[in-house]
Design a protein around this ligand. Structure first.
Ligand code: GAP
Length: 494
């Protein structure tokens, strides 16, 4: 399947469609439909359970989208959060210079300066893709969306371009209201906004999207004291090092996390650990491990706040692309906020009586939409007579669908089963069309279990349980259905 096919599949099934499309499409903005909202909520709940609730060392917050604009001054976003832009000198259409070079000259241009990008555009004679006229010099384009607060003009504020800053800006309030001590993390799931020059590839690059982020703080000299490193060090990953990319090699090589740490692909052991945790979580959701690789950022492409970043990339039909970054953000953000706010953001260690700004050893930052896209590309399968979304039952929008075999005579029993099951799971009731068509509709949206009530059900209190992937059917006592489905979901069998 390619991006266009996934786009039309998502629209047809009510997973995702363009926002306010009746007025024409607004690039970069999409809505979740009735199926997509359930899928996205399940992905987010799974992340929250795995990275916050199941742990003692992580706490969560939910920050506001608009913050004091000084937050963005301190963080560096107002000055440095830019993408390279080139404009057609005739039709005035604007393009992201690095993307244009990537598609027209088939060369990587990550991290190149605007002067270097301009030179490539001139040398390679790249023209406006719309009208074939010449392009302008490359300029910096700030990606922040601005708005105005209150009735006074000029009271500019920004929609957050990353959720991370809410964590740093609320850090003092969190520390004052909890008794947490390092190493610990603060997590958040929420919306972020970037005025992307050229949003594209369906939900891969949007202007409004959601992030699941975790800032993991340690003492500076303890960033390699990760008690879990032993558990993950033998895990093998496909890794593309910065060194290889700098030599023009694009083939990743398999190595263990320990080897990658020794080769300094990871900046510290906590970064290695959170990478492993993130990949294991993704695989648990059903993302195909064979399509994942880890790519170390080259020096010239590191974000302004990072001492070392690795990206988890998925092999999409458009090539390997980032679905999550894990940056070593150092003490950059807290130091910046301490300096500008004049508030003391140091951690005071009662034992040693020493104060220090804590170090963000790892910032796992995943996009909800890109995780969903990787899930769809891993799980959507075209079979001879059906399209089936072989998604983990844990995140499927509906856990079960209940069908009366025929409309008349079975309604009361079927509704009884539906009412009992929906107390436990999100379920769907469908009495229209042939049983075959009803199965197909559920297969397409990944419902792992279909339950058919027939006339025998009225006599023996049993129903037919049909499994999505194998299409096998079993007869099962109605009173055992809830527990049986729960058991299978936990074992993730469909
Ligand atoms: N706080 C760090 C940060 O924001 P990032 O690499 O810019 O880092 C993190 O973004 C993740 O957010 C990416 O891995 C991606 O999944 C998601 N993301 C970033 N820009 C996006 C966009 N325009 N559309 C959809 N997802 C995006």
């Amino acid at each position: 399947m390619n991006i266009e096919e996934i786009t039309s599949y998502c629209k047809r099934t009510g997973i995702i469609f363009p926002s306010s499309e009746i007025y024409g499409q607004m690039p970069g903005f999409y809505d979740y439909g009735p199926i997509g909202v359930e899928l996205a909520n399940n992905v987010k709940q799974s992340w929250w359970k795995n990275f916050v609730q199941n742990r003692q060392d992580i706490i969560g917050i939910d920050g506001s989208i608009i913050a004091n604009p000084l937050v963005w001054k301190a963080s560096g976003h107002i000055d440095s959060f830019t993408d390279p832009l080139t404009e057609c000198l005739k039709c005035k259409k604007r393009f992201r210079a690095d993307h244009l070079i990537e598609s027209k000259a088939e060369m990587q241009s990550d991290g190149l300066k605007k002067e270097e990008l301009t030179k490539i555009i001139n040398d390679k004679k790249i023209k406006c893709p719309e009208c074939k006229s010449s392009l302008s010099e490359v300029k910096d384009f700030n990606q922040m969306f601005s708005t105005n607060i209150g009735a006074v003009n000029g009271n500019t504020a920004y929609l957050r371009p990353e959720t991370a800053q809410s964590i740093f800006a609320s850090y003092k309030a969190v520390m004052d209201s909890t008794r947490i001590s390092p190493p610990f993390g603060i997590a958040q799931i929420g919306k972020a906004f970037r005025n992307e020059i050229s949003p594209r590839n369906f939900i891969f690059r949007k202007r409004e999207f959601e992030q699941m982020e975790l800032e993991f703080f340690t003492k500076k000299d303890e960033k390699n004291e990760c008690p879990f490193f032993e558990e993950i060090k033998s895990m093998k990953l496909n890794i593309l090092s910065a060194e290889k990319q700098e030599k023009g090699i694009s083939k990743a090589e398999e190595m263990s996390i320990r080897q990658a740490f020794e080769k300094k692909i990871f900046s510290n052991k906590w970064q290695a650990y959170w990478t492993a945790e993130s990949i294991n979580w993704m695989i648990g959701l059903g993302i195909n491990p064979e399509k994942l690789r880890l790519r170390q950022h080259m020096k010239n492409e590191l974000s302004f706040y990072s001492a070392g970043t690795v990206d988890i990339e998925f092999d999409f039909p458009i090539g390997y692309k980032e679905i999550q970054g894990i940056a070593d953000r150092t003490t950059y953000d807290l130091t910046q906020h301490q300096n500008l706010s004049k508030q003391n953001l140091e951690y005071f260690d009662e034992k040693t009586r020493k104060k220090e700004i804590l170090y963000v050893a790892a910032e796992p930052s995943a996009g909800v939409e890109r995780i969903i896209l990787a899930i769809l590309f891993s799980a959507l399968t075209e079979e001879k007579e059906r399209t089936v979304l072989k998604i983990s039952p844990k995140i499927s929008p509906y856990k079960a669908a209940i069908f009366p075999l025929v409309k008349k005579g079975l309604e009361s029993k079927s509704k009884e089963v539906f009412d009992a099951l929906k107390k436990e799971f999100n379920c769907f009731y469908d009495e229209s069309g042939s049983i075959g068509r009803r199965y197909r509709r559920q297969d397409e949206i990944g419902t792992p279990y279909c339950i058919t009530i027939d006339f025998d059900s009225l006599k023996d209190d049993s129903a037919t349980l049909r499994m999505r992937d194998s299409m096998k059917q079993e007869r099962i006592k109605i009173k055992e259905l809830t527990e049986e489905i729960k058991k299978r979901i936990n074992k993730s069998q469909a």
